[in-house]
Design a protein around this ligand. Structure first.
Ligand SMILES: [Zn+2]
Length: 405
């Protein structure tokens, strides 16, 4: 509708102009040397218009010709950027796939096409790292740390290199720089945690994890290494708070309470711990160190009362009865432990001793929940897989059974 109206208006204007031109009176004469051209005014005006239009067209063509080389170079630049981008993509995939040769070739191509950008530097560094050219990779990562946007990747690369080389101090420095470059990164926190554990700096490590099992293990280790009994108690409390069922934490708490003279609180902690999660460690900490075998058997009954019928309660009663030469009691509790599902050899060992038979091997007390390796002793990190807070009691049989079943 509007277009039609616009067309009508323009047509009307042109018609009016043509009519006005056609109606112009008089002639126009042009002299050039011996030539003289005379024509009517409308024709002369039309000629001028034609000449102006031709001149405008000529100027346009000349302008286009002048801009042509720039446009060509733009087109070429676009093609280069596209090829460079493709090389980068291929390089990233090669790095992820662990293809050293592919990564290196793509990195070279990307640098030729795109120059020394932060991204091509990162790819070159990763490609060199993959090819085992440590020094070249280090230099490239070092250069990357000057990039505003990608400095984290530079520090990350340097941190990985120092960890591999066992340079813990340099690794700690790079970890801090990486944290500053990208605060709150889970990756950096994990690396700093692993470093702190490796350096046995459990206090620093505790600040880097919120995982209950990890916190409990670290706090137990911190309590074991604490400089004062009061500090040991603080850490033991943190351990129990993080994982109230961790026998190492409960035992550490009892030990720390005793060392600050709180015997009653220590005994209460052991009783509460036995109720929650009975474990031989708690049984070992329960009686007075100078108690006779009979006194130990009597003390064991008090602890076992907190969790009657539990396989650990039966084993404790059986073992202490055997030591006190209460053979009937020892046999009864060993058989009850077997009935409750004890399968680690401890109940069998009591019976074998009573019968004068060879004592069977006993399954190690701890097991890594990650790699399933069994260990005789607890440790903060698994000696086999190195994971933190994965050592758990090797549960010997069913958790709860009654002796009168
Ligand atoms: Zn493990």
């Amino acid at each position: 509708m509007w277009r039609a109206l616009k067309f009508c208006v323009i047509a009307a204007i042109i018609l009016a102009l043509a009519w006005w031109m056609a109606a112009l009176p008089g002639d126009v004469t042009a002299d050039a040397g011996t030539y003289r051209i005379t024509t009517s005014a409308p024709v002369a005006l039309l000629l001028i218009l034609v000449v102006v239009a031709v001149l405008l067209m000529l100027l346009r063509v000349l302008g286009g010709l002048r801009r042509a080389p720039g446009r060509f170079s733009d087109w070429r630049g676009g093609r280069r950027a596209q090829a460079g981008e493709l090389a980068l993509q291929r390089g990233v995939v090669a790095v992820a796939a662990g293809d050293a040769a592919g990564a290196r070739s793509a990195a070279g191509k990307a640098r030729t096409l795109l120059g020394d950008t932060a991204f091509t530097q990162w790819l070159s560094a990763e490609a060199a790292q993959l090819a085992g050219e440590g020094e070249q990779a280090r230099q490239a990562f070092e250069r990357l740390t000057h990039s505003k946007e990608m400095k984290f990747l530079g520090h990350q690369g340097l941190l990985r290199q120092s960890l591999r080389a066992g340079q813990d101090e340099e690794a700690a420095r790079q970890a801090e720089a990486a944290e500053a470059a990208y605060p709150g990164s889970a990756w950096t926190r994990g690396q700093r945690l692993a470093l702190a554990v490796r350096e046995r700096n459990y206090t620093a490590a505790l600040r880097l994890t919120q995982m209950p099992k990890e916190r409990a293990a670290l706090a137990v280790a911190a309590a074991e290494n604490a400089e004062t009994p009061k500090l040991a108690l603080d850490f033991a409390k943190q351990a129990v708070k993080a994982d109230p069922t961790c026998p190492m934490a409960i035992a550490a708490m009892a030990k720390a309470l005793r060392s600050v003279g709180k015997e009653r609180a220590a005994r209460n902690a052991l009783l509460a711990g036995w109720k929650r999660a009975p474990h031989p460690l708690l049984a070992a900490a329960w009686p007075a160190p100078d108690a006779t075998p009979l006194e130990r058997a009597q003390a064991a009954a008090l602890l076992a009362k907190e969790n009657p019928g539990h396989v650990e309660s039966e084993l404790l009663l059986g073992e202490t009865a055997l030591a006190a030469q209460l053979t009937g009691e020892a046999r009864r509790h060993a058989e009850a432990a077997l009935k409750a599902g004890n399968s680690d050899g401890r109940a069998e060992a009591i019976l074998a001793r009573l019968d004068g038979r060879a004592v069977p091997a006993i399954t190690p007390a701890w097991r890594c929940s990650s790699c399933q390796t069994q260990q005789e002793h607890w440790s903060c990190t698994c000696p086999a897989c190195g994971k933190l807070g994965t050592m758990a009691a090797n549960v010997p049989g069913k958790a709860l059974m009654t002796t009168q079943g």
